[in-house]
Design a protein around this ligand. Structure first.
Ligand code: NAP
Length: 243
């Protein structure tokens, strides 16, 4: 049985990815930071449905916490076969109002968190000469977004990280890909006004915003053997908004 670690799986897109991989018979590691109640609720739901899962608290921006999390996973499941770097924060702020503290915080979680988790799972993947790393970016990392310069820059960094690491790890049979969703209905967008959501729908050819399952299905495909020849790619479930 393969093991998947999904960072930031207590809510939103990460939660949906965890549920889908559990249905597909993976051992599921639900990583969370603040939302312990939600992570435990998800853990119970997966187990009640016959799935195999554990929940592990770790702030992905803190390397020592990530290393401890991987040690727990190694004991429970023998390592990570699929890593989904999903945990992230976002906020809408004018560039001139972004403080150095906010800039460092978002980079530490969104970019350094991806670095920490990937480094920690790689020794086993390299030993096995097999593994899949899937990083969650965003359309705003491709197009840029006003009032989200800090967030968009982290998401662009994730694309560079993906393409570079894919080249380095290809010879070790480890694929590294990126999913860059369009607008998805989660708490991350809860502060957007209904007018903004409506105008985003209008800009989307399919006329709707996405659901977490739309992203989860893309991640599941990239984790599967059907995607064995795909690496260094950015796949964007976005309703056509970029076309
Ligand atoms: P969300 O609903 O705000 O959930 C964020 C998740 O990240 C939570 O589970 C949270 O866990 C976790 N997290 C935050 N900081 C963390 C930390 N330091 N350590 C560990 N976990 C941490 O966000 P979402 O919409 O599901 O977004 C998931 C991913 O999709 C993100 O990478 C986001 O950038 C990307 N994305 C989202 C959209 C969208 O429209 N929603 C579009 C494009 C891309 P706790 O609550 O337990 O702290």
């Amino acid at each position: 049985m393969k093991t998947v670690l999904i960072t930031g799986a207590s809510r939103g897109i990460g939660k949906e990815i965890a549920k889908l991989f559990a249905i597909e018979n993976y051992n599921v590691v639900i990583n969370y930071n603040n939302s312990e109640d939600k992570a435990i609720e998800l853990l119970k739901e997966i187990r009640e449905n016959g799935g195999s899962a554990i929940a592990v608290k770790a702030d992905v921006s803190k390397n020592d916490e990530v290393i401890k999390m991987i040690e727990i996973i190694n004991v429970e499941f023998g390592g990570v076969d699929v890593l989904v770097n999903n945990a992230a924060i976002a906020s809408q702020t004018l560039f001139t109002d972004i403080t150095e503290i906010e800039w460092d915080k978002i980079f530490n979680i969104n970019v350094k968190g991806t670095f920490n988790c990937t480094k920690a799972v790689l020794p086993k993947m390299l030993h096995q000469k097999k593994g899949k790393v899937i990083n969650i970016s965003s359309i705003w990392g491709i197009t840029g977004a006003s009032c989200e310069v800090h967030y968009s820059t982290t998401k662009a960094a994730i694309i560079g990280f993906t393409k570079s690491l894919a080249k380095e790890l290809g010879p070790s049979n480890i694929t590294v890909n990126c999913v860059a969703p369009g607008v998805i209905d989660t708490e991350m967008n809860s502060k957007l006004s209904s007018e903004t959501i409506e105008s985003l729908k209008e800009e989307t050819p399919l006329g709707i915003i996405g659901k977490p399952i739309d992203v989860a299905n893309t991640v599941l495909f990239l984790a599967s053997d059907k995607a064995n020849f795909i690496t260094g790619q950015v796949i964007s479930p976005n309703g056509g908004i970029l076309i």
